[in-house]
Design a protein around this ligand. Structure first.
Ligand SMILES: Nc1nc2c(ncn2[C@@H]2O[C@H](COP(=O)(O)OP(=O)(O)OP(=O)(O)O)[C@@H](O)[C@H]2O)c(=O)[nH]1
Ligand SMILES: [Mg+2]
Length: 315
């Protein structure tokens, strides 16, 4: 824990590996939690290949020039156990990879997606406690789980590319609704201004609120538009501070995190093979054989877990 607080990259890496395991590392996180709440979290999502990682690299460089330390967590659901995509990200981000003021980590999916969200937010806490001023989370916006992960960030940037009509996938996954800032990346390609117009028209239809997501055009490889993006994020942070929205988000984030931890905890309890009734495996067998319906089986498992707990506290 001292290593993490001192910002030692090896200690941070070890801590994140520990909490990536099923069930996490509650004892490790507990003493760090008092040191969190200082960093700013930025969620970056969008369709596959939109240029998120390139943009993250440029954003990191921009924050570094401002003297800020940057933690990057890339959630990589497509390569669960291999290092392929992780390595790809590392090569692409090579410029910032040697900078001690930048910490980059890929999270691999292990087990349930709920566990991944829990692990990602825990990792963000570790980086926060380690003194990183800006923590950037990158996920591909293709599934609800991935979207939920970035949704917990203070500011969410949705990265799109010209040819919005092709991004139906993104729209379906509900990522447009979570944007605090829109980034139209690959603005060097044809159709960037049309994409911006389409987005703007879509925003005109949305119910008015205190914040209209700005649209920023970028060309990530050359960092064109990146200062404008940084500026838009800063304005959003200011917006969060100025009213009740920041507090509302903090509550939403806390709720999502608590529920993720509870989910994981309960699942682990249920999966324990030592349960009196044989636990999950036995229930699965009964349901598969149609000896018990899934609702009744769940209710029984729930009872077993709760009673098992009570017995433990009694003795
Ligand atoms: N022309 C052009 N190419 C870009 C731009 N930004 C990124 N690219 C290229 O697009 C490809 C994908 O970039 P990434 O940054 O890996 O995209 P990503 O969204 O992180 O991709 P995934 O994480 O795999 O979903 C790379 O070949 C980049 O060089 C841009 O603004 N213009
Ligand atoms: Mg990427």
């Amino acid at each position: 824990m001292e290593g993490v607080l001192a910002g030692n990259p090896r200690a941070i890496g070890r801590a994140i590996s520990a909490l990536e395991r099923d069930g996490g590392a509650p004892d490790l996180l507990a003493p760090l939690f008092a040191h969190t709440g200082r960093s700013r979290t930025l969620g970056i999502t969008g369709p596959p290949g939109a240029g998120k990682s390139t943009l993250v690299q440029r954003l990191a460089q921009a924050y570094r020039r401002g003297g800020r330390r940057v933690g990057i967590i890339a959630v990589d659901p497509s390569s669960p156990y291999t290092g392929g995509a992780i390595l790809g990200d590392r090569i692409r981000m090579s410029e910032i990879y040697t900078d001690p003021g930048v910490f980059i980590r890929s999270m691999a999916t292990r087990g349930a997606l709920g566990g991944l969200a829990r692990a990602t937010w825990d990792a963000a806490d570790v980086l926060d406690a380690a003194g990183y001023d800006v923590v950037i989370l990158e996920t591909v916006g293709v599934g609800q789980g991935e979207v939920d992960i970035v949704k917990a960030a203070e500011t969410v940037a949705v990265v799109l590319v010209p040819g919005l009509g092709d991004d139906i996938q993104a729209i379906k996954a509900g990522i447009l609704e979570i944007a605090d800032v829109f980034v139209v990346n690959k603005a060097d390609r044809e159709g960037a201004s049309r994409a911006e117009t389409e987005l703007s028209m879509m925003l005109d239809l949305a119910p008015p609120s205190g914040w209209r997501p700005p649209i920023v055009r970028t060309v990530a490889p050359s960092a064109s538009g990146v200062p404008e993006a940084v500026d838009a994020f800063a304005r959003h942070a200011e917006h969060l501070r100025s009213g009740t929205e920041g507090e509302r988000r903090a509550q939403r984030r806390a709720r999502a995190r608590l529920l993720a931890v509870l989910d994981e905890r309960f699942r682990r309890e249920v999966e324990a093979p030592s349960r009196a009734g044989g636990g999950l495996a036995a229930a699965v067998a009964r349901v598969a054989a149609r000896q018990e319906d899934p609702h009744a089986a769940s209710a029984r498992l729930f009872e077993e877990v709760v009673r098992g707990r009570e017995r433990k506290t009694d003795s």
